[in-house]
Ligand binder design. Structure first.
Ligand SMILES: [Zn+2]
Length: 369
């Protein structure tokens, strides 16, 4: 589309050429020169034609790519003219001063301070102009999520312990019943998540698979290796193990070789305290050791990041929370019952206890109701 200003200039130049001997023509020339002055004066680094002076910057995953940033003025950015032209605004460019944030466009490329505000920075394909301002916006708008889930995640996090035969102990489940539960999940199309997938869903970064579920195993019983790992491996299921590295020498619990093999089979390994203590009953100093040493040993042995905690016995106090925050733990799981959602405190995530005494129907009712 043509710029009306340039059309006017062209007409004036044509007039000038036809009557170049006239005094009037000279006047026209003067008028043209003066009217073009702002154009020449506005060929700054910020100019959209100044490609060499700009560089692509990361975008918040929007359709408006690439977005360019001025080298001379890092606070200034604008988007690809090609995309912006799709909005039907002749020569106008999306731009702003809050990096990575889409909130306006420059309605006149010769006047970068002439902007309009866009109603929804995320809905680029459905953009609408709601107001016109004369100043560059300075809003500190947070970057949009790359993908916005249709609705907030609601993830069942199942809490297993020992896979063994121990009648009367609801914290254990027989290998047969465990196998039947996993078979049920497989047939119903459940997708057991990695912690990365879980985290992306909780943070709204990714929608995640359909029918998500997180399988967690507390304490690190050796029978997890013997009974749970082969079944999950066969079904292609991921799982998370919360272990206490201070107990690896006890034959009742997993040893490091087993833990490493489980990790290689797709299990995320995370800390559950060094010795599975009742945290609120010990000093803050000892709590810090229990939490950070368990993390350190797992990270050292596996070369991973073990920043997701699980409270032994589900117990914590204010010191526990402070320590977890100080050491940048991202999540902590409780034994409070319920589905896990993004609205929960990241250090008080709920789970669903698996009572090995219950029937499959009762078990599945807990996360399918
Ligand atoms: Zn435990």
């Amino acid at each position: 589309m043509k710029d009306p200003t340039l059309t006017t200039h062209a007409a004036l130049v044509a007039l000038l050429l036809r009557h170049r001997r006239c005094f009037l023509a000279l006047c026209c020339l003067v008028v043209v020169c003066f009217s073009m002055l702002p154009v020449f004066a506005q060929a700054p680094d910020k100019s959209i034609s100044g490609q060499p002076s700009v560089e692509p910057i990361n975008t918040p995953g929007s359709l408006l790519t690439p977005i360019y940033k001025s080298k001379s003025d890092p606070s200034f950015w604008f988007a690809s003219p090609l995309v912006v032209n799709a909005f039907g605004h002749k020569p106008s460019y999306i731009g702003g001063t809050a990096s990575n944030t889409l909130f306006g466009f420059i309605s006149d490329p010769n006047n970068p301070t002439s902007t309009s505000t866009i109603s929804d920075s995320a809905a680029i394909t459905d953009i609408s102009i709601v107001s016109v301002t004369t100043e560059m916006p300075t809003l500190d708008v947070p970057p949009a999520s790359p993908v916005k889930p249709d609705k907030p995640a609601r993830i069942p996090v199942l809490n297993y312990h020992s896979i063994t035969v121990d009648p009367g102990n609801p914290a254990t489940i027989t290998p047969e019943k465990f196998a039947a539960q996993m078979q049920y999940l497989s047939e119903k199309g459940y997708n057991p998540l990695t912690l990365k997938q879980f985290s992306d869903m909780i943070e709204g970064i990714d929608k995640g698979p359909d029918n998500p579920i997180l399988l967690t195993f507390d304490d690190g019983y050796a029978d997890n290796y013997e009974h749970a790992m082969p079944i999950l491996k066969k079904l292609g299921f991921h799982a998370t193990l919360f272990m206490s590295p201070g107990m690896v020498e006890d034959g009742y619990f997993l040893n490091w070789d087993q833990v490493k093999e489980m990790h290689e089979a797709g299990w995320d390994i995370q800390p559950h305290g060094m010795t599975h203590p009742h945290l609120p009953t010990i000093s803050a100093k000892n709590q810090a050791f229990e939490i950070t040493e368990a993390r350190f040993q797992i990270e050292q042995m596996l070369g991973t990041v073990a920043d997701i905690y699980c409270y032994p016995y589900g117990e914590w106090d204010t010191s526990t929370l402070r320590i977890l925050k100080e050491h940048n733990f991202r999540y902590a799981f409780t034994i409070e019952q319920g589905m896990t959602t993004p609205s929960q405190d990241r250090l008080k995530l709920k789970r669903i206890f698996v009572n090995g005494e219950e029937s499959i129907e009762k078990w599945r009712y807990r996360f399918e109701k």
